[in-house]
Design a protein. Structure first.
Length: 495
């Protein structure tokens, strides 16, 4: 995965800097609290939300268990409808395929629908290296691109920017990319949206090549689905003569009927809407002059670590993700640190479990991501496909500390324990030994109770940072086992 930003520090260092940025924290707090409140109201309207959530989980799990069969069916369906399917094992191969397809058309620019997969592989930069300019057309992605910035949220990439900052970006940068911002542009949302619309309109009308991702792919028909709120995606998907879609292999659903579940849960979880304003579906190609849609359609199926993730029985549930970003909006860590601290196009709780699996945990930043969580469980509670993110975080922490067998590029390898965790490993092994010897555990508990009056109020050394803002748990005057034996399990009425 090529999405690690060069020069990015590990999460603790990046987050330490971010939490001192008061403007960033204010922007994030306002945006995430607003979105989460709207989502809660939208979900509360649905009486069978729990059943829909379980149905989404089961559909995804079934598809992942039989992914090989559904991928073949999808290829057959897309080909039968006039499209061409390409297989990309990694980011480099996917970028090469897309660049070659664009150059074959003779064009030097493309318009893009918002796509996490193309960000993951660094497609814009790869196309630029080949002399091809990619124009982002999603409003938030446009802000990020014009500002020479990086996305910080799955759904709202420019969530870290306020209206004044966006106005300044439009005024200073739009002219370099095409139509300049209107004179006297203010920071009112209507004026900013109109400036973006005028800037993008000429690009939509002249573009011959569009690039997209997809929210879902239907195996039985070869249909791709994109849901959005602005209409820019509809323009990119219907106007260009050639459409190239880069999609992760996990985005398949078996049948049309399966879409029913996700077209209810995705919009409510992401934008807090009952349904997306624009739901665009296309199957194959159209004939020139007879209908909207591409004359040439290419589907690039992207692996890039997904097969390796699938091999992990605990971690594979991350591939259920439908990119709604609900977990980001309730995460206390994301709210304070922001998306850039995660060093990946996938920030927040889902990024903390997805990126280390797609990229491995051998780098310092990826080894730190499973620790970018308080394990409060809020992310699991809001996930519309019931990904147990805390479970996977703990699973990946064990991988970082202990090492062990993993699948990398389809091969079984054994990871060495990460550096810097020797004390943690020793403590866990000591705890395991103590819990395996009841007599030792009982003696230790009694000793802790009898010496409780001399226990420190804060931890020494590195632990001082933790106890500086927390009270150490008080040791009870009597171990539970002793109390149980003395009172016969409370039968004598002792408290």
């Amino acid at each position: 995965m090529s999405g690690t930003y060069l020069g990015m520090p590990a999460f603790p260092e990046a987050a330490h800097k971010a939490v001192h940025d008061t403007t960033l924290r204010g922007n994030l707090r306002h945006a995430t609290h607003t979105i989460r409140a709207k989502r809660a109201r939208a979900v509360a309207e649905v009486s069978d939300w729990a059943e829909l959530r379980e149905a989404g989980k089961r559909i995804k799990d079934h598809t992942l268990r039989h992914l090989d069969r559904y991928l073949v069916q999808l290829e057959e369906s897309v080909t039968a409808a006039g499209g061409t399917v390409h297989w990309a094992a990694d980011a480099d191969e996917a970028n090469r395929i897309v660049a070659d397809l664009v150059k074959a058309t003779g064009e030097s620019e493309v318009v893009k629908v918002k796509s996490m997969a193309t960000q993951e592989i660094g497609l814009n930069e790869a196309l630029e290296a080949e002399g091809i300019r990619a124009y982002e057309t999603d409003l938030a992605e446009l802000i990020v691109q014009l500002g020479k910035d990086r996305p910080s949220h799955i759904l709202v990439p420019a969530i870290h920017r306020n209206r004044g900052e966006i106005r300044d970006i439009f005024r200073g940068e739009m002219a370099e990319w095409g139509r300049p911002a209107p004179e006297g542009l203010t920071d009112t949302p209507a004026e900013l949206a109109e400036a973006a619309r005028l800037h993008l309109r000429e690009k939509f009308l002249r573009a011959k090549v569009g690039v997209s991702g997809a929210n879902f792919m239907v195996a039985e028909t070869g249909t791709l689905v994109v849901v959005e709120s602005e209409g820019n995606g509809r323009m990119c998907l219907t106007l260009p003569e050639t459409l190239i879609s880069v999609v992760g292999i996990e985005k398949i659903v078996p049948t049309w009927r399966d879409l029913e579940v996700f077209l209810q849960t995705l919009p409510r979880s992401s934008t807090a809407e009952r349904m997306n304003p624009y739901t665009t579906m296309w199957t194959g190609t159209t004939d020139a002059g007879t209908a909207d849609g591409p004359r040439n359609f290419h589907l690039v199926l992207l692996d890039n670590g997904r097969t390796d993730t699938l091999a992990d029985e605990v971690g594979r549930q991350a591939l259920r993700c439908i990119r709604c970003s609900a977990c980001l909006n309730v995460c206390p860590v994301y709210e304070r640190a922001g998306g850039h601290a995660y060093g990946s196009v996938y920030p927040g709780p889902i990024g903390a479990i997805l990126s280390p699996q797609l990229r491995g945990v051998t780098s310092e930043i990826d080894a730190s991501l499973p620790y970018a969580s308080s394990l409060c469980g809020a992310c699991y509670e809001v996930c519309p496909v019931a990904i147990d993110i805390p479970e996977v975080l703990v699973h990946l922490r064990e991988r970082v500390v202990e090492g062990g067998p993993v699948t990398t590029n389809g091969n079984k390898v054994v990871l060495k324990p990460a550096k810097g965790h020797a004390a943690e490993r020793a403590a866990m092994r000591a705890a395991r030994w103590a819990f395996g010897h009841p007599g030792v555990l009982r003696t230790g508990q009694r000793l802790a109770s009898r010496t409780r009056r001399v226990h420190p109020r804060s931890l020494p050394g590195p632990g001082k940072a933790w106890s500086g803002s927390r009270d150490l748990p008080a040791v009870p005057a009597e171990p539970f086992r002793d109390w149980w034996q003395r009172t016969q399990g409370g039968k004598d009425g002792a408290k």
